[in-house]
Design a protein around this ligand. Structure first.
Ligand code: 3PG
Length: 307
């Protein structure tokens, strides 16, 4: 009997686990659960006997991949797959997939929610500002960026985006003005919502130059990855621009510095929680389970990211 492991340090909602179980057991496989584990070695051990793994932000490094003697497929139930060692997976002929789009609305709602929270001074009773008529620059117009645009449109924000991989006409159709460069996006927009993946090109790519070019009242919203920020540059902007604010889904490495010196100008979630809704868990978790069955039964590799 084939075995499928769900290894989630940050567990899915029960309704999602139940749905995953149904799909896996209907296919005649066994479901194994490893939730809220504290040691990476627990994951390494759990993967030894299984044919397939579903993960979230859990680290599927070379050690995990090499421990999976029967492992054929790893599915990241979510968008970003920077937590999978793709080279090691490819080397061991293991298919790696993600589930694009499945948790995007949840992430977009958090991005907008954090903007409102900061615009209203953390609901502390003082006079805040509104989102209406403010400029919002969407940095990367993928699934999450598109949802952010849809919600922000309802708030009456002025929408701009930069994404060299997306057709300008697709943005224009959504009422978003495509801009030709990342520099133009940052210098034009009071709010920037980040949706770029973390990879060799993007890591530390958002720093002092771009952030200090933002107009007055600059607010950076990061529901992407902390690694795309050049934190030295970020601290410099905090210092140089008393109007600058930073909202991030997950604490930056420089959290201690920020909280010591820049009170009231930041908000960080304690754990990555953009995709922490039962709807997103169901969408991404069930998609991952279906992709595993489709692959093991019929060799379908539509969402493979290490082709
Ligand atoms: C993603 O890449 O899909 C998001 O960052 C969600 O990550 P999570 O599944 O660990 O919450």
């Amino acid at each position: 009997m084939k075995k499928v492991l769900v290894a989630t340090d940050k567990p899915f909602a029960k309704v999602a686990v139940d749905g995953i179980r149904q799909i896996i057991e209907k296919a005649g496989y066994e479901l194994l659960l490893l939730e809220k584990y504290t040691e990476h070695s627990d994951f390494v051990k759990a993967v030894e006997q299984v044919d397939a793994v579903i993960i979230r932000s859990d680290i599927a490094d070379r050690e995990v991949i090499e421990a999976g003697k029967n492992l054929k497929i790893i599915v990241r139930a979510g968008a970003g797959y920077d937590n999978i060692d793709l080279a090691a997976a490819t080397e061991h002929k293991i298919v790696a997939m993600n589930t694009p789009g499945q948790n995007s609305n949840a992430v977009a709602e958090l991005a907008i929610g954090m903007m409102i929270y900061m615009a209203r001074n953390a609901y502390n009773g003082s006079s805040g500002t509104e989102l209406r008529d403010k400029s919002l620059g969407i940095h990367a117009y993928g699934n999450v960026g598109k949802y952010v645009a849809g919600i922000a449109k309802g708030f009456g924000m002025k929408l701009y985006a930069y994404d060299p991989y997306v057709d300008a006409s697709a943005m224009e159709k959504d009422g978003v003005k495509p801009l030709a460069s990342v520099e133009e996006l940052y210098s034009k927009c009071q709010y920037i919502s980040l949706h770029i993946p973390a990879n060799a090109q993007t890591k530390k790519s958002i720093g002092f130059e771009l952030l200090s070019s933002m107009p007055k009242g600059a607010t950076l919203v990061n529901t992407a990855r902390k690694e795309v920020i050049d934190e030295e540059g970020l601290l410099k902007v905090f210092e140089a621009r008393p109007d600058f604010k930073y909202l991030s889904d997950i604490e930056p490495d420089c959290k201690a510095d920020v909280s010591e010196k820049f009170a009231g100008r930041y908000f960080f979630t304690p754990k990555k929680m953009g995709a922490q809704t039962s709807e997103a868990n169901v969408n991404a978790g069930l998609a991952a389970a279906r992709q595993i069955v489709d692959f093991l039964e019929n060799g379908i590799t539509t969402f493979q990211v290490n082709k």
